[in-house]
Design a binder for this molecule. Structure first.
Ligand code: B12
Length: 224
């Protein structure tokens, strides 16, 4: 019996050394041994990508290596993701999600999407490098309560502010959540967003709080 820590280490090492087969084997073993697939994704795969980020920052890795690491991570996610138990109690709401225009970083966005999905939300995923207007159009098409945007570069992050202005003009009731490495709570407040979460782990709790605040607001408006 291989311990949980050993398998999570194999997942993380496999992502860092872009060893897809090692990641696939360890992911399958996580399931065979009955360990928590969500924990394996966060403490194994995502933890490995954080190390990749450091190697990139230290110019030990460049775009080609990082791309292969991302492929290894997704190979593990494809095996583990379907086994993450879904909170099928009741649909908590609808979320439009995507990585903003000019930005192709989607690993973080896909982990947040997964958390909303298993958290019982209906998720409308626009993907990456999403034209700013598409967030507005998809929110109106689906009447989603939450619009969640991801950006991983300081340059592309500025597009979030434009989306918030466009959506709030059309429908001030929509709750807008921001996230991504360069995004902070202060930036989110400055841009006029309704919420921010540092990681996928607390994105759903923040989402539920935002919808709660929104519904309270509507109640007050009705009574007024
Ligand atoms: C992987 C990666 C890539 C991959 C992306 C593969 C993919 N499918 O995503 C590739 C190789 C394609 C890439 C390309 C580039 N990259 Co790059 N990349 C990274 C790297 C190493 C890791 C990012 C990652 O996936 N982390 C792991 C995930 C799990 O963490 P995360 O993304 O931070 O997400 C978590 C939180 O932020 C949060 N979160 C994220 N989104 C959201 C959204 C919401 C709503 C919420 C609530 C939370 C949330 O929750 C997530 C999970 O907990 C980072 C380094 C770093 N330190 O971040 C550089 C980095 C982001 N890249 C960078 C750059 C500059 C580039 C390139 C321009 C390089 C080049 N010269 O070509 C290109 C740009 C391409 C483009 N147009 O977007 C810079 C950005 C600098 C800046 N601040 O602007 C970084 C910071 C590296 C560096 N230090 O310079 N990159």
């Amino acid at each position: 019996m291989t311990t949980k820590q050993e398998l999570f280490q194999q997942l993380s090492d496999g992502v860092v050394e872009y060893q897809e087969d090692q990641v696939k084997e360890a992911a399958q073993q996580v399931l065979d041994e009955g360990y928590d697939p969500l924990e394996a994704i966060m403490d194994g795969l995502a933890a490995g990508m954080v190390i990749v980020g450091d190697l990139y920052d230290r110019n030990e890795y460049f775009v080609p290596e990082v791309l292969m690491c991302a492929d290894a991570l997704y190979a593990g996610l494809d095996i583990l993701r379907p086994h993450v138990p879904k909170d099928a109690a009741q649909v908590k709401g609808q979320v439009v999600i995507g990585t903003v225009q000019g930005d192709v970083h989607d690993i973080g966005k896909n982990l947040v999407k997964m958390m909303f999905d298993v958290g019982g939300f209906t998720v409308h995923d626009l993907g990456r490098d999403v034209p700013l207007e598409s967030f507005v159009e998809e929110q109106m098409r689906t009447d989603s309560e939450i619009v969640a945007m991801s950006a991983m570069m300081t340059t592309t992050m500025m597009g979030m502010k434009k989306v918030i202005q466009m959506i709030k003009e059309k429908n001030p009731d929509v709750a807008i959540m921001l996230g991504g490495a360069p995004v902070t709570k202060d930036v989110a407040d400055l841009f006029g967003a309704d919420g921010y979460a540092e990681s996928a782990g607390n994105a759903v709790t923040e989402g539920i709080k935002m919808i709660g605040r929104l519904r309270e607001l509507r109640q007050k408006e009705k009574k007024a």
